[in-house]
Design a protein around this ligand. Structure first.
Ligand code: AMP
Ligand code: MG
Length: 399
């Protein structure tokens, strides 16, 4: 087994087949639904807009009844929120953006195309039927599905739901993701570092990533590098969380106990991917609780979370949109793909002509967290792919 590295795409396919919805649903106030995953389709009970209305400040007219360059009587004034009377033939009605079209009118002449003449108005531009009218249902037709189950709701989705009259939404309950850090060298900030110690940054990176996905993170703490401590922490994690992420301890050294303990408490389904950084990634179960053993190196943990764990967790959360956005740009670096698919920390920037440049961080070491913080993307370098400056490379965008 140690010699066999699982290709990244194969691991993703296996995991997406295994990922199951792990949570129920709940009704929440509309604003609390942002970032959550919709658990039912939203069908609009009415049309939006519900009535024909003016798209501009101006004058409502019957296009066939009015001429330009002559004073015309203003027979009504219709602000937004008011309903005007039927338009008198041969007159115009002063109207404001969003106000309902009066009966008998079929066009709007915008204010800028008119001149005041005492109490009357002179049209400088001849209207055509339909000008500047927002038709009923032009945004949403009654009965239309506006948001579908499985969508992770963005602020604009919340506004869309409000525009059809929703004040609460049924979303999936937050997936509880337990995060544990293995390593005798770890301490939590702000304690003063002792000799040989480092801060437990992975705990914070991983919890923040989980929270950014609209899930609940559960701190399972720092776990000593012993089989007993690892076993106790994983058992506890399986009680407290729907899914467990650990960092560190999944490599092949004598201080790496995670793999053996997972095999004892459940099953190890995947171990070691053809990915750089992140080779020692493990996936399995503690009892029935899904488990990801992410590598301890901070960049490796981040990259494997983004590529492997993220999509899986989103599926367990009921989300159907799990892919990272992919773009392409011209590399301004050289690379020589090896025996594992490689992910470079890069910045992709577009110039005003839409051409993109992909720049790599100067130090691609798997412990260099600054590279991840600096990057806005991960450039994917395939096994054996040679990249020279100017070649198009695939970049997965980071949020
Ligand atoms: P391991 O996978 O346990 O061999 O750890 C690999 C490297 O990652 C070592 O240099 C660890 O000190 C470091 N590391 C492990 N866990 C963490 C963590 N929670 N935060 C920051 N660095 C870590
Ligand atoms: Mg370790």
């Amino acid at each position: 087994m140690p010699g066999v590295l699982i290709p990244v795409d194969e691991a993703i396919a296996q995991l997406s087949a295994k990922a199951k919805l792990l949570v129920g649903s709940e009704k929440v106030p509309l604003l609390d639904a942002v970032g959550r995953v919709l658990a039912e389709d939203i069908v609009s009970p009415n049309a939006v807009p519900a009535f024909d209305n003016s798209a501009m400040d101006g004058y409502a007219v019957c296009a066939a009844d009015v001429c330009i360059d002559v004073p015309i009587k203003i027979s009504d004034r219709i602000p937004a929120g008011k309903v005007g009377k039927r338009l008198e033939t041969g007159t115009v009605a002063r109207i404001f953006t969003g106000a309902p079209m009066p009966e008998g009118a079929d066009a709007i002449v915008i204010q800028e195309d008119t001149e005041q003449s005492g109490d009357a108005i002179v049209l400088k531009v001849a209207p055509a039927k339909g000008d500047h009218i927002r038709r009923a249902g032009q945004d949403i037709e009654a009965g239309k599905t506006i948001l579908t189950k499985g969508r992770r709701l963005r602020p604009q989705d919340i506004g869309l739901a409000a525009s059809v009259g929703c004040n609460e939404l049924t979303v999936y309950q937050k997936l509880k993701v337990g995060v544990m850090s293995t390593g005798d060298e770890l301490i939590d900030p702000p304690a003063k570092l002792g000799p040989g110690q480092i801060y437990n940054s992975n705990q914070y990176t991983l919890q923040a990533l989980v929270r950014q996905l609209g899930m609940e993170s559960v701190d399972l703490g720092i776990v000593a590098d012993t089989p007993d401590a690892t076993e106790a922490a994983l058992k506890q994690g399986a009680k407290l969380a729907d899914c467990i992420l650990s960092s560190g301890g999944v490599s092949v050294g004598e201080e790496d106990h995670v793999k053996a303990v997972v095999e004892k408490l459940g099953a190890l389904d995947l171990w070691r991917l053809a990915i750089k950084p992140g080779k020692p990634l493990a996936y399995g179960r503690i009892g029935d609780t899904p488990f990801f053993g992410l590598p301890g190196n901070p960049v490796s943990g981040f990259v494997t979370f983004m590529l492997i764990a993220r999509g899986y967790l989103l599926r367990c959360q009921g989300c159907t949109e799990t892919e990272l956005t992919t773009v392409y740009g011209a590399a301004n670096f050289t690379a020589k793909g090896g025996l594992r698919r490689e992910y470079f920390r890069v910045q992709i920037q577009f110039d005003q002509n839409g051409n993109s440049q992909v720049t790599e961080y100067s130090n691609q070491g798997s412990g260099v967290m600054s590279s991840v913080s600096w990057a806005n993307g991960l450039a994917e370098i395939e096994i054996g792919q040679a990249v020279k400056p100017g070649d198009q490379v695939k970049v997965l965008l980071l949020g």
